[in-house]
Design a protein. Structure first.
Length: 581
């Protein structure tokens, strides 16, 4: 049967690029193309945001043999919980002036094209707690003995009719790419309602991407910095012996210095090789042939402990599509004078080479349904570099404002060249951290580095690897402008008398999925890893490198492209958006 009309939604995306945020006016038009006479009772437009979670739980124990046999091989059952985070309506037909003077229940449209504009304002916070759980979905499932069966798969699905809890929070971002485990969709839905019990209504949907503004209750101007550090050890690095041969004052001042490393040391050429012969200065008559080196002490090399550290402005945050706002450091408990010769030059004892660097973001999404909690961890590789060979000398360290957490001793730091990881940029599709009624997301960034004492990695000087990780807040990078902020509890009224609260602001390519083998268990923190917040910048050194503020990170790129596109997976644009009629 050919439909007598076509219904289409056209959103105005000219000002936002298709990504909407809090306080935005989302408007557009409804195009209704009628090919033959059509009788309608109303045309209703809805602004909706739905948070949906699906998990599997064990089935209840069956008592009868028949029930146990039927459930064999199907011990788990999926359960669904849906929260309506955003809901607003507007009647665009018949128009308000007709409804105010007419009591008619039906209106007939002759063939032609009809255009009905609509407009909503997106609030700051969700409205989930103001609505009962989603109802009217029995047309989607077939209920059998208190449960409903998905007829396409034949597996019993339990639909939770009353949500476990509601939270009044800032509207969460669009979320997709996790299959049915957790999805958050925002869309405009229009329904042309046809009078009569057996006449199907005509519907159309238009999803849009939502990215919330960043909370203003975070003090981004805070001068404090937060750091995470972990110690690694370079084997057989210290001590070395610097040999100076006797001779005249002139020859001593101009002669080359020979560095003798104790047996087992990891740098220098192998003994016995012609290439390992070391040039000696003019010794002023000193007989080198009679040198049996019996004067050399028997020195056992010891290990050199060094910290690998990441430093953020407090609180630690990242903004996708923006260059890194953190710094990496090598930190030592040993004074740089220990790596310096009497003439002020470096002895070479503190030379360290960074060989490799990998940066990953772990996003943990946790869902809650009727007391059942599950987590899914996704991993996104941000940067991976090998063969860097970046040279650092602990003789060039500066005194740090931070202290050793365990001993309170003075520390010395050397910044790692930030140009090495300048391309470690979070991709556009990474969702901000958030928490809503049944879904929450938090993020951890992990740095994995490889260091060596020598420019070339050998069996005697293998690569020393160290990993540090720290929790970070992923932000959207969107701010509320003063013009957007309405007075507390102000109401924006649409053209139908419907309303959206405008509240005070004070308050992908598919990633690699790491399944969590627990219900709600965070990754264990490495016991050797130190984390703290320190007021580095309160008494800055002349050599301190200032970390960028939130505003500086936000405005580091061309302002003509301020708003992220926040790409979503194909899953976001398909599926049943009409869960509530």
């Amino acid at each position: 049967m050919v439909s007598s009309c076509q219904l289409k939604i056209e959103l105005d995306k000219s000002k936002t690029g298709g990504t909407f945020t809090n306080y935005d006016i989302i408007n557009g038009v409804i195009n209704l193309n009628v090919s033959s006479e059509l009788t309608l009772s109303a045309i209703e437009v809805k602004l909706e945001g739905i948070s949906k979670t699906v998990i599997e739980i064990p089935r209840e124990t069956r008592n009868s043999r028949r029930q146990r046999r039927r459930s064999r091989g199907n011990e788990m059952k999926p359960i669904i919980e849906i929260h309506k985070l955003l809901y607003d309506t507007s009647i665009v037909f018949p128009p308000k002036n007709v409804r105010s003077v007419s009591s008619a229940k039906e209106f007939t449209l002759i063939p032609g094209e009809y255009i009905y504009p609509f407009k909503f304002r997106i609030p700051l916070k969700n409205t989930c707690s103001k609505h009962k759980s989603t109802s009217g979905i029995s047309n989607k499932f077939q209920f059998i003995n208190g449960s409903n069966t998905n007829t396409s798969s034949g597996s019993a699905i339990e639909f939770v009719t009353e949500a476990s809890k509601h939270l009044e929070t800032k509207l969460p971002p669009s979320l997709s790419g996790l299959k049915d485990f957790a999805t958050i969709r925002y869309f405009i839905k229009v329904t042309a309602k046809r009078p009569g019990l057996f006449k199907n209504n005509i519907r159309s949907f238009e999803p849009f991407i939502f990215l919330p503004i960043d909370s203003s209750n975070i003090n981004f101007a805070d001068d404090r910095q937060t750091f995470t550090r972990k110690e690694f050890t370079l084997k057989d690095k210290l001590p070395q012996i610097v040999a100076c041969y006797p001779g005249s004052e002139k020859s001593t001042s101009t002669a080359a210095v020979t560095t003798i490393r104790a047996s087992g040391s990891s740098s220098g050429s192998s003994s016995g090789s012609p290439s390992s012969t070391t040039s000696r200065p003019d010794t002023g008559g000193y007989d080198q042939r009679s040198d049996n080196r019996s004067y050399l002490p028997n020195v056992k090399p010891i290990n050199l402990p060094v910290y690998f550290e990441v430093r953020f402005r407090y609180p630690a945050f990242l903004i996708p599509t923006k260059t890194p706002n953190y710094k990496l450091y090598l930190v030592s408990r040993i004074s740089p004078e220990k790596f310096t010769l009497p003439n002020g030059e470096s002895s070479g004892l503190g030379i360290i080479y960074m060989k490799a660097l990998k940066i990953e973001l772990y996003s943990e999404t946790t869902v809650l349904i009727q007391g059942h909690k599950r987590s899914m961890i996704t991993r996104e590789k941000i940067l991976e570099l090998k063969g860097i060979n970046s040279k650092y000398d602990l003789a060039n360290c500066n005194r740090s404002n931070a202290k050793d957490i365990s001993t309170g001793a003075t520390l010395y730091e050397l910044e790692i060249d930030s140009s090495i990881f300048k391309d470690a940029i979070l991709p556009d599709f990474v969702a901000p951290s958030f928490k809503t009624c049944n879904i929450s997301r938090k993020n951890t960034i992990k740095f994995h580095a490889g260091f060596s004492s020598d420019k070339q990695i050998t069996l005697r000087d293998p690569l020393t690897e160290v990993s540090i990780e720290t929790d970070v807040v992923v932000l959207s990078g969107l701010q509320a402008h003063q013009d957007d902020l309405a007075p507390p509890n102000a109401i924006f009224t649409n053209n139908n008398g419907g309303s959206s609260s405008s509240l005070d602001s004070s308050f992908s390519s598919s990633p690699t999925t790491v399944p969590a083998n627990h219900e709600n268990q965070n990754q264990d923190q490495d016991q050797n890893q130190e984390q703290d917040v320190a007021p580095y910048s309160l008494t800055p050194n002349a050599n301190d490198v200032r970390l960028p503020t939130y505003d500086e990170v936000l405005h580091q790129t061309d302002q003509t492209d301020r708003r992220r596109r926040f790409q979503q997976s194909e899953q976001y644009y398909v599926g049943n958006h009409d869960l509530d009629d």
